[in-house]
Design a protein around this ligand. Structure first.
Ligand SMILES: Cc1cc2nc3c(=O)[nH]c(=O)nc-3n(C[C@H](O)[C@H](O)[C@H](O)COP(=O)(O)OP(=O)(O)OC[C@H]3O[C@@H](n4cnc5c(N)ncnc54)[C@H](O)[C@@H]3O)c2cc1C
Length: 446
């Protein structure tokens, strides 16, 4: 069993975990006082705690550990626990995050969108060969990303983080992570904290990061008879209408041996079960004979938090509020923000050899993130406002989805997370079609 000492805080702990830590940071003040901003850390590495091992946390921990930072990844749930989630991820995530194809349950090539009046449009007609939406079970994806972070050197701590002691922001004093593991309490002093603990983030509370509005999403996993499952072989469905959600869409996503049927809302959270009955009613013949094997619900953040970096603490993924409106997509943005944050810390600390400061996190992570994605989030917000507000607008949305150019642009942007290269003439036509659809449905001009 290895004993590792941490000169800055004289915290000792033993590996393998669980950790038994004895913290005695008050008498290390003289050492801390001698440290200046971005000062070297002689004889030790920068130490980071990543709270939460979902896609955001595991990706952050992998980047940190690979880059030379001493990394502790805290997770309260066992590897078999499933985060409530539809599990749809874009193609680019498979490549960027080296996700092996055997983890994918379904390769969806048919995406059907169904209007309030049951007008159905096939939304995947323009997909090229080898293009698909990957459907995974979160327990499978999360376990894989977690193990990979461990294999790159992160110390996985199975425990519930209960509190974070935050030092005066101007000092280089440690953050103290309090956690319970194996029915006993522990604490660990660290230089940097990455809050990847999801929508109910305790880390966000500890740094007073402010609140965000949340939607609630509800989902049932339903095991279907083989002949019914065959229909959903490569097919995912999205339903819109006042009966299934006042401000979002309901879905049927295929998994290995079952479908996930769910819906979400911000405006009428108290009625979520009624909307779930609505989607079940709409798909009744398609799921007849099915058996509910799991019922799950979870909040989904609606926009980024007012504060995402404070002191040497950064929030990533759902904790930061990175779920796009309109599509409710958050897995890719969680993994990406975790990785960008981890890599930013590695860069600012020169491979874990120097202390970092708030301004480093803001420059290397926050600014880079906002420059890359904030306009996407604003655009998706606008789309949700325009198209999900009423049944008339939803009819217009479905009508527009029938346009092949709209499909191509939508899928290119979703699958590859880059602005699709359009055709100027087609763009003009798309704007005209949008106005035409909205006018026909009495959204514009009414
Ligand atoms: C019903 C539903 C369907 C969705 N469908 C999709 C979809 O199809 N595609 C998509 O892209 N997005 C979807 N999302 C959004 C997506 O699930 C999230 O955006 C994504 O999970 C965010 O990842 P994360 O790592 O930031 O947080 P999470 O996945 O929430 O992970 C947080 C982790 O932190 C751990 N944790 C929390 N607190 C503590 C603590 N105090 N101590 C230790 N560990 C802690 C949790 O156990 C968890 O493992 C859906 C969401 C919901 C609710």
């Amino acid at each position: 069993m290895a004993t590792v000492t941490h000169p800055l805080h004289t915290t000792t702990f033993k590996l393998p975990l669980p950790l038994r830590t004895e913290i005695s940071h008050p008498h290390t003040l003289s050492i801390k006082a001698s440290l200046s901003t971005n000062a070297p850390l002689p004889g030790r590495k920068l130490r980071a705690a990543v709270i939460g091992a979902g896609p955001a946390g595991s990706s952050a921990a992998e980047a940190l550990a690979s880059g030379g930072v001493e990394t502790f990844l805290f997770e309260r749930s066992p590897p078999t626990a499933a985060k409530p989630c539809g599990g749809a991820i874009p193609l680019c995530m498979l490549h960027e995050f080296d996700i092996p194809s055997h983890l994918i349950d379904r390769q969806v090539t048919q995406m059907r969108i169904i209007s309030p009046s049951n007008l159905a449009v096939d939304f995947g007609k323009t997909l090229r060969a080898n293009e698909f939406i990957a459907m995974l079970r979160r327990e499978v994806l999360d376990s894989f990303l977690r193990s990979r972070a461990e294999s790159r050197g992160a110390n996985l701590v199975s425990g519930l983080v209960t509190d974070i002691e935050v030092p005066n922001t101007s000092s280089t004093a440690p953050y103290v992570v309090h956690y319970t593991a194996n029915n006993s309490r522990h604490a660990l002093s660290v230089d940097v904290v990455v809050g990847a603990d999801g929508a109910n983030s305790r880390v966000a509370k500890s740094i007073k990061a402010g609140n965000y509005a949340c939607a609630i999403a509800f989902q049932e996993r339903i095991k279907l008879p083989d002949e019914k499952m065959a229909y959903y072989e490569n097919m995912a469905e999205m339903y819109v209408g006042n009966d299934v959600s006042p401000d979002f869409y309901a879905w049927v996503f295929p998994k290995c041996d079952h479908v996930a049927v769910g819906t979400g809302t911000v405006r009428a959270k108290q009625d979520i079960k009624a909307y779930q009955r609505g989607i079940r009613e709409r798909v009744k013949p398609k799921i007849a004979g099915g058996k509910v094997i799991k019922v799950e619900a979870h909040p989904i953040p609606e926009h980024p938090r007012p504060i995402r970096v404070r002191g040497r603490v950064a929030l990533v993924g759902d904790a930061a509020g990175y779920v796009t409106k309109c599509s409710g997509e958050g897995i890719y943005f969680a993994a990406k923000s975790g990785r960008m944050c981890g890599e930013g810390i590695v860069k600012a600390s020169e491979g874990g050899d120097r202390m970092i400061e708030e301004k480093d996190l803001k420059r290397e992570y926050l600014k880079a993130w906002d420059a890359k994605y904030i306009s996407t989030f604003r655009f998706m917000d606008l789309l949700q406002r325009v198209f999900y507000g009423s049944n008339a607008a939803r009819e217009a949305l479905v009508e527009l989805c029938g346009d092949e150019y709209v499909q191509r642009m939508t899928f290119d942007s979703y699958l590859y997370k880059r602005l699709a290269e359009g055709d100027r003439w087609e763009d003009v036509k798309m704007v005209c079609n949008t106005i035409g659809s909205l006018t026909r449905c009495n959204i514009v001009g009414s």
